[in-house]
Design a protein around this ligand. Sequence first.
Ligand code: KG4
Ligand code: ZN
Length: 345
Amino acid sequence: MGQCILGIESSCDETAAAVYGPGGLVSNVVASQLAAHAVFGGVVPELASRMHLEALLPVVRAALADAGLTAGELAGVAVAHGPGLVGSLLVGVCAAKALALANDLPLYGINHLEGHLYSNYLEPPAPPLPHLTLIASGGHSDLILVRDHGHYEVLGRARDDAAGEAFDKVGRLLGLPYPGGPRLDQLAEQGDPQAFAFPRAWLDGSPEFSFSGLKTAVVRVCEELGAVGVADRLADLCASFRQAVVEVLVRKSLGAAREQGVGHLAVCGGVAASVGLRRALQEATVAAGLTLSLPPLRYCTDNAAMIACAGYHRSQRGGPDALTLGVASGLPLPAPGAWAGREVA
Ligand code: KG4
Ligand code: ZN
């Protein structure tokens, strides 16, 4: 057990801790703040920080207890240090630093997006290298060429709203509870995806995404339908909107994989929990002769298992971070070679 890494995640509205070792995931605890933020229709940053403060130590203790370990028996502490809400990130990073200092453990600062990428490594088979990853979360729609562990090339990202953000904004417009994504996805199963001809922003084959025009188109249709009409056609609106998002995500991912000459697609992030997206990805990759990795549903949305897993892989290949590690609301993925170059302060 002396090779286990504790992972800590507090970048948005989930307080999470997990332990990952050579045999895989050992424990995984998530305390969700969703119910508290739903009252306000979105994440309230100050409330999120305060709730992280209350939940973090109990969550870390539970993850260690489930793993049957004390902090001193760990091989290191990994923590998400961006991108995310700065006040929230600080809670996790300060706790991770204190644990590392008190127990003389190496500290690994993990990019939250790199964490999502590792959600596809939590259960075998691991995605082959190189492969293409689509991160579709609340804040990101990124296409990344993963050449190797720690070697990422961002091919394209969202020019405006990310896929999850579009789900949440349209969900709000349709009167669904926050976050709109899961409920909208559920309702879409009962609707006709061809009922409304919503636009798809293809952006001339570029690997970038844009979903704000689609959101505006839904606003316009809702204005025309009126409140009663929207309620009558709710499932059709959800199905048609989801179809537009899914088609763009799938076709652009497949196009980028073809262009890069890779035969494997991995998809992760909260939107990867969409049953509609998962079905479309499975069909399209089979038809195109590509193989596909999708994380189990519980690892799509924010969790610390993916952070611990990323930390474990980092500890096998690169050095730790200094205790001066900072947090950042916007944080680019580490550049190739950055892992190996890190030194202890
Ligand atoms: O990865 P994540 O937990 O947090 C970020 O890093 O942003 O993603 C959260 C996003 C939210 O926008 C949420 O509505 C969306 O993932 N989401 C879904 C589903 N479950 C979560 N979107 C569509 N269908 C779902 N089933
Ligand atoms: Zn996330």
